[in-house]
Design a protein around this ligand. Structure first.
Ligand code: SF4
Ligand code: SF4
Length: 320
């Protein structure tokens, strides 16, 4: 148990196994075994410019980022999401089925690219994991429950001298102080999708490559996702009102939330977004027409080649 908290020392690795819980953690990764906390548990900690370890955590950053983190960061940096992902993130896999996750890119020594001598250069829009540190979010879902539970972690790393400061507050108060509540609220459906995917993994199996690409685009590449949603073929297929389409065209958060809804449809077959009447049949018919057109074109090309070969044989005097 970490002496600086009022929580019980729970080994939730064993607990997770016993109750068949599936979990998603959002800490800065660390070899230190975390302790589980609840909202009312106390945290003795304070980080400020005067600590002897200033910037040490950001010099060895391993920060998993969420969809809302990306919206905040790319808007703060005035970047397109595709450009942001290319410059500032590295991919990893969230589960054995290759569901894509992203971490902040670091320099070759492991330091976050946003770290400056005076501190974090994107402080107002720093990611969820940075706001939580030295705590973290632990979203858990039991196999028998429909929804997830929210717990917290405490990671007491020896280099972090903030634990020696004489300042005590509850995890609930710390979350408020760090402005992390809105992040958790807006990312909540996304955590649920990951947990549901983990807990129903064997039932639904490995998602197709197309589903995984859709997860990536809807979760992380919001500006590309917007082009997809505003495309003619999407609008023909899904029955949203003009107001809804107008909102998706201009509002990143509405678009992100719509992406989570679409993911439930893609991963779990939940028919939550209404399709236009007859749109699917029409699409199948159009597809059939395209396939027929391609088949006819291939036959014509084959005949043309045969005719050319016959003429070449005639010209060289090798007639049958
Ligand atoms: S985003 Fe800011 S707080 Fe987070 S690791 Fe980078 S420099 Fe540190
Ligand atoms: S006290 Fe902890 S969180 Fe603050 S700068 Fe030092 S290592 Fe980072």
């Amino acid at each position: 148990m970490n002496g600086e908290t009022m929580s019980d020392d729970k080994n939730f690795d064993n607990e997770a196994e016993d109750t068949r819980d599936f979990r998603f953690e959002l800490p800065n990764s660390s070899p230190v075994q975390p302790t589980r906390l609840e909202l009312d548990d106390e945290l003795k900690f304070r980080c400020h410019r005067g600590v002897s370890c200033w910037n040490e955590c950001c010099s060895r950053a391993d920060v998993t980022i969420t969809p809302y983190d990306i919206i905040r960061l790319k808007n703060s940096l005035d970047m397109d999401s595709t450009e942001f992902l290319k410059e500032h993130t590295v991919p990893f896999e969230l589960d054995a089925h290759g569901v894509p996750g992203l971490k902040l890119r670091t320099d070759e020594d492991g330091a976050c690219l946003f770290m400056k001598e005076e501190g974090c250069s994107v402080y107002e829009d720093r990611p969820t994991a940075c706001r939580y540190y030295p705590s973290g979010l632990l979203a858990m879902k039991s196999i028998s429950e429909a929804t997830d539970e929210r717990h917290f972690l405490l990671i007491s790393e020896p280099h972090c001298k903030g634990h020696d400061e004489d300042h005590i507050q509850t995890i609930g108060e710390y979350r408020k102080e760090q402005g992390v509540e809105i992040y958790d609220d807006l990312n909540h459906d996304w955590y649920q999708i990951i947990l549901k995917k983990k807990s129903t993994g064997p039932t639904i199996g490995k998602p197709s490559d197309m589903s995984l690409q859709m997860f990536f685009m809807a979760s992380y590449d919001v500006d590309r996702f917007r082009r997809f949603v505003m495309s003619e073929s999407f609008i023909k297929m899904y029955d949203l009102t003009d107001e809804e389409y107008a909102e998706l065209e201009t509002d990143d958060i509405k678009l992100m939330e719509f992406g989570f809804t679409l993911m439930k449809q893609v991963f779990f077959g939940e028919l939550v977004i209404k399709e236009r009447e007859g749109a699917w049949d029409k699409r199948v018919e159009e597809r059939r027409e395209i396939l027929e057109y391609r088949k006819q074109a291939e036959i014509a090309e084959h005949q043309r080649k045969q005719e050319e070969a016959r003429k070449a044989a005639l010209d060289s005097g090798i007639d049958e």
